[in-house]
Each structure stands twice: as structure tokens, then as C-alpha cells.
Design a binder for this molecule. Sequence first.
Ligand SMILES: O=C(O)CCC(=O)C(=O)O
Ligand SMILES: [Fe+2]
Length: 317
Amino acid sequence: MDLTSPAKDFSLSPEEVAQFQRDGYIGPFDLYEPEEMASHLKELRPKLLNTKKAIYGGGRTVSGTTNLANYDRHLDVDFLADHITRPEIVDRVSSLLGPDTLCWRTEFFPKYPGDEGTDWHQADNFSNVAGSKHPQIVWPEDAEFGGTITVWTAFTEATVENGCLQFIPGSHKSMNYDESKTMEYDASAINSTEKNGVRRGFFGYDYRQLQKDPNWSPDESKAVSQVMRQGQFIVFWSTLMHASHPHSGLTDQMRLGFAARYLPTSVRVYPYSTELEEFGGEASLEKFGNVLTSGRDVFGHNRFTDRTVNGHPFRTR
Ligand SMILES: O=C(O)CCC(=O)C(=O)O
Ligand SMILES: [Fe+2]
């Protein structure tokens, strides 16, 4: 190891920061070569199926929709633990959130041939829109904004045909949805509901039920498709209007996205909850801990994980 060469810095330029502030997203950026990502994915699949060490176990399914084994697997799978602390990601996140950051949540978003697209949505405090009404993240009172930064990595290629993300640029500054409302689960709506001519849904829920104005609908003429090659990532505010195309079924390749969510350490994570409740599943947060991804924590209001990665503490920038 050459201790004399400084670690490479992947911070965003001031122009890129300004672009992010204007559009609500930036990227895609390269992280893994496609072949490298493909081989990681091959090794990853059996590990993801083994939920013995997953902190939510398999999770308790209430309505049968959510597989909590899709959540926070960076806390038991070393490749994902390494992934969320990659300097290529964390330096860019810190350029936007400041020097002291944490990762509080990861989620897989699979789409199989024929699956509907993800509804247009925005998330601010991640209140459990499917049930109990606790915000999952709470910004300091004087904060200008809420939400979280999502880093969405294409674990497979993401194309219009297999269901890539769509964004409405600049839509991150005002919420069209009210997270204090609730949505009703309806299994029969899955894969069968057309919205503005496109098959979309939200894991058995209909995000339109949270609209502030029931007569409003998103201006999809402004939507931009985020085509990404395997191993790239994109960075966006959770308050940005985002969705995904349906999987057309024209290719038999499934689409797999991995979303990691970041915050400054000043934000309180799960201040009111002892359970993770997500779209029909629930499990104890007892084994949950945030990952400090850069800087330090001077607040002391959040719990950090004591898990190790390949026998070492999590890497911190
Ligand atoms: O991958 C998708 O279809 C949706 C992703 C998403 O909503 C998110 O990462 O917040
Ligand atoms: Fe989302």
C-alpha cells in the first residue's frame, strides 16, 4: 500500500452541486464495470436468500406484500456494507449534505418481466403511509428541507424496456403528496392498474391516495428516463418526483436497483419507532443501527451499528 498518495477525492464540483440543487438529481456516475457488477451479483444472490443473519429475519408479513428481507441487508452482507461506504458515493453525498453523514436505510427494488412500473411519488419524512403515522426521519426544526438523499445503483442494466427510473427535474422543492394520509392495500390492483395509460402501482398500494389535490396529476411530459448501464449509480432527493417504467417483458432480463439512503447526522432516525413497518411487513428495530459514512457524530441522538465488515468496522470517510 502506498501511504504517501492521498486518497482519491470524488467530491462534486460547485457546478455539479448547483445542478443538483436545481434538478434534484445528478448522475449517473460509474462505480463498477458491468462484468464486475455481474460477478458481484452472482455471488450476492444466494446470500440475499439466506436471511439467517438479516437484522429483520425474514420479517413478519401482515398483508403478504413486503419482504423485509429486501431491507438493510448492508447490515449482514459484506459486499453491500462495502458498497454504501464507497468513496465514489460518499464523497458526492457529503458534497451535498455536509461532512457528517450517515446511511440509515437500504432497499432492493427488483422488477421482473411484466411487472408494473413504480408509481410517481415523493418522500419527505417517510411516515409509514401504509399504517401507523410516525415519521421515520426528523430534520432539525430550523432545517430548510426534509427528505433524504437516495443513491440508486443499477445492479443490472436499467433500460426503458426493463423498467428504469424516471424523474421530473426540479420537482423536489414542493410536495404534491401528504404523508400524513394513508393508503389502502389492494392486492388485486397489482399489475392491473393503468395510470395515464401506463401500468403502475406502489407494491399493492396506490400512491395517488396521498395526493394533496385529488384532481392533480403529474406532468409526465416533463419526465426524464434514467437509462443506466450495469454498475452505475444516480443520486437524487427523495422529494424529487420519481417513478419507474413497467418492465415491458420484451426482454427476459429482470431489473434490480439497490437504493441507499443518506442523511446528515443532525437528522433523527426512527425517533418514535421500535419497529420497522413497511408496506405490510413489520419487524423489531432492536438490531438496527445507522452507519456513519463520513465525518463524525456530535449529536448523540442516533444509534450506530457495531457490526463489522470483513472483520473490520465500517469504512468512514
Ligand atoms: O426502483 C424503483 O422502481 C423505485 C425506487 C424508489 O422509489 C426509491 O429508490 O426511492
Ligand atoms: Fe422512492
